[in-house]
Design a protein around this ligand. Structure first.
Ligand code: SAM
Length: 237
């Protein structure tokens, strides 16, 4: 394990994964990690209890996403952001993006908003349930990219995410080592929701197996989607 309290060591560690980290970005991530640990005294922001693990399991995971974003992406919606993963590290690493952090839990969003304000990041909170917000004209098919980690299985995630993505945009899901296409059902759902067949990229980060699932939005999402959350769960696409 490298020393996450040292900028040079951390930048060298991230460079192994082709992620460039400036001193400012390092300091912003370090401040965010400290804020996360502090906030866990008051609410369930993360189950992780050390700065080292926050860097490894949250920040490296989120930072690696940057390579999957094409130049055409300017607006990003992080669905079920929780304590801000992957949206806040993305805002630190790509301050040129407009990032919206969506969650149904207002207290978690309050934390994210405080971090974004303190660190002057281009990230704004959006409170509500994804399946309700994507029905509103101001959000439906308006984002270049929707992204999500640790929120639901592939079928439900596609139904929560793809209605937000404009045609020509992308939907990205971060999955861990247990990714199984027959269980997740990304392909079935993505095609029904106006997406392409998913592109699955396996990789390893800090010794942990990961999968990035990427779906291109190729046509309109039919108006009947998304369905109510309970129905998505009961009858996956
Ligand atoms: N993405 C973060 C991460 O990877 O650390 C948080 C993951 S946490 C396990 C799941 C989050 O998704 C929770 O904060 C929960 O409130 C939110 N969530 C689940 N279903 C949602 C929905 N339908 N609409 C909005 N937020 C939702």
């Amino acid at each position: 394990m490298w020393d996450p309290y040292d900028f040079t060591a951390t930048a060298a560690f991230f460079r192994q994964y082709d992620i460039a980290l400036t001193q400012l970005q390092y300091e912003q991530l370090a401040a965010y990690a400290a804020a996360m640990l502090e906030e866990t005294q008051y609410q369930n922001i993360t189950a992780i209890q050390s700065i080292e693990e926050i860097w490894l399991r949250h920040f490296l995971d989120a930072a690696y996403v940057v390579r999957f974003l094409p130049d055409s992406v300017h607006t990003v919606l992080d669905i079920g952001t929780g304590g801000g993963i992957p949206g806040l590290p993305l805002a630190i690493l790509r301050p040129d993006l407009d990032i919206i952090l969506l969650d149904s839990e207002e207290r978690k969003l309050d934390f994210c908003e405080r971090v974004a304000k303190t660190l002057q990041l281009p990230a704004k909170p959006l409170h509500g349930r994804a399946e309700e917000l994507s029905k509103l004209p101001e959000y439906r098919q308006t984002f270049d990219c929707a992204i999500s980690r640790a929120v639901a299985n592939g079928s439900m995630l596609s139904e929560l995410g793809l209605p937000f993505v404009r045609i020509g945009g992308i939907f990205c899901a971060l999955k861990g080592e247990h990714y199984d296409p027959t269980v997740e059902r990304f392909a079935e759902a993505a095609v029904a929701l106006g997406g392409s067949m998913p592109e699955v990229t396996p990789y390893t980060l800090g010794g942990n197996a990961k999968h990035m699932i990427l779906v291109h939005k190729v046509q309109d999402t039919p108006a009947q989607y998304p369905r109510r959350f309970a129905k998505m769960k009961r009858q996956p696409l």
